[in-house]
Design a protein around this ligand. Structure first.
Ligand code: CO
Ligand code: ZN
Length: 326
C-alpha cells in the first residue's frame, strides 16, 4: 500500500489541473474494469458492470495548491491559493509545477511580525533573474503543489496530498481486489473537491446511483492540545456521521458499520466540525442519493506533512470492499 500511496501522492494535481494524476490512475486500473471514461469536468469514471444495484464510489484526485497571479520584473512570482492553504504551512516550502519547475516559497524581508504575514506578502522564487526568464518556465494561471516524496515512519506515512491520494489508493486497491459481485459499481475519481465538491456532484448526476460511498481523509483529535475530536490515528477507518456538507444516510452508515463488525475490521465514528467532503454534493443530486463515507484519520490536513496510519488505510480498503460487494 505504501508504494501505491507514494506513487499517487507524487503526482501534481491541483484542482482544475488533474491531468497528471488522472493518467496515473488510468494506468493503474485499466486492466481491472469494464469501461473507463472521462467526463466534461475531468472526473474519471471507471465501471465494473453488472445488473444489480448501482453503487458510486468516490475519491477526489485534486489537491490544494498555489496559482501564479503576477510575475515581477525580477522574476519573482506572486500567487493566489487554490483550496484551503495556511500561509504558515507554506513558508519555506518547495512547490512544483506540472512541467517540473520547482520554486521556494518565502516572504518579504520587511515583515517584522509574523502575525502580519499575508499571502500578498509572500512569493515563489524559481531562480529566474527577470520576468522574461521566469515566463519561459511559468505562466500566469499555472498551479503548483507542495513538493516532496512520501516517507514511511513506523506505521505512519508522511506526505503532501494524502488528502485525498490516500483515498484514491484505497479505491484503486478496491478495484483490484474486489471479488465478482452482482452490483454495478462506478468508481469515480473526482475533480475540484477542494474548491467546493464540484466534480462529485456532476458525476453523481450523470450516474444516478442507488447509493454512494466516498473515501477521503478526516481530521483527528490525537495531537498535543488538539481540538477535541473522537477520531484518532491507528484506531481504524472512520465511518462518517456528519461534516459541514452532509449528514450521512442512516442506511449507508448501517451498511458500513455492519460490514466492519461482521468482518472484524476496527472502526470509529466521525463527526467533522470543519470542512466538507464529496458526499456533500452527491447526496443532493438527481433527486437525492443515499450517501456516506469512509474517512481516513489524518493529522495536519492541507499541510506538506499530512500524516496517517498505513494500517488504517489498509483497513479502509478492506471495509470498502466488504461494503460494496454485499
Ligand atoms: Co482537502
Ligand atoms: Zn479531501
Amino acid at each position: 500500500m505504501f508504494d501505491l500511496i507514494k506513487k499517487l501522492t507524487g503526482a501534481v494535481g491541483v484542482s482544475g489541473n488533474e491531468e497528471e494524476i488522472r493518467e496515473l490512475i488510468i494506468q493503474e486500473i485499466k486492466d481491472y474494469v469494464d469501461e473507463i471514461r472521462v467526463d466534461a469536468l475531468g472526473n474519471l469514471i471507471a465501471v465494473k458492470k453488472s445488473k444489480g444495484k448501482k453503487i458510486m464510489v468516490a475519491a477526489h484526485m485534486d489537491e490544494i495548491g498555489l496559482m501564479v497571479t503576477h510575475i515581477d520584473e525580477k522574476g519573482f512570482l506572486r500567487f493566489s491559493t487554490v483550496g484551503g492553504i495556511s500561509r504558515f504551512d507554506s513558508i519555506g516550502q518547495r512547490v512544483r509545477f506540472k512541467n517540473g519547475t520547482v520554486g521556494a516559497v518565502y516572504y518579504e524581508d520587511k515583515l517584522e511580525d509574523m502575525k502580519d504575514l499575508r499571502f500578498s506578502k509572500m512569493y515563489i522564487d524559481i531562480g529566474a533573474s527577470n520576468r522574461e526568464e521566469a515566463e519561459k518556465s511559468v505562466k500566469i494561471g499555472d498551479t503548483a503543489c507542495f513538493a516532496g516524496e512520501a516517507v514511511k515512519q513506523g506505521d505512519m506515512v508522511i506526505s503532501k496530498a494524502l488528502d485525498d491520494r490516500s483515498g484514491c489508493a484505497v479505491v484503486v486497491k478496491a478495484i483490484k481486489d474486489l471479488p465478482q459481485t452482482d452490483n454495478e459499481i462506478y468508481f469515480v475519481f473526482t475533480v475540484q473537491e477542494e474548491l467546493g465538491l464540484r466534480g462529485a456532484g456532476t458525476a453523481a448526476y450523470s450516474i444516478k446511483p442507488d447509493m454512494a460511498i466516498a473515501v477521503d481523509v478526516t481530521m483527528t483529535g490525537d495531537t498535543p492540545e488538539s481540538h477535541a475530536m473522537e477520531v484518532k490515528c491507528g484506531r481504524g477507518p472512520a465511518i462518517k456521521i456528519k461534516d459541514r456538507s452532509v449528514i450521512c444516510h442512516p442506511q449507508v452508515r448501517k451498511l458500513l458499520e455492519e460490514a466492519a463488525e461482521k468482518n472484524g475490521i476496527p472502526y470509529q465514528l466521525e463527526i467533522l466540525e470543519a470542512g466538507g467532503s464529496d458526499p456533500g454534493s452527491i447526496h443532493i443530486t438527481a433527486g437525492g442519493i443515499p450517501s456516506g463515507a469512509i474517512s481516513i484519520p489524518c493529522r495536519y490536513v492541507h499541510s506538506p506533512v499530512e500524516t496517517a496510519s498505513l494500517k488504517d488505510i489498509e483497513n479502509a480498503a478492506r471495509l470498502l470492499i466488504e461494503a460494496i460487494k454485499a
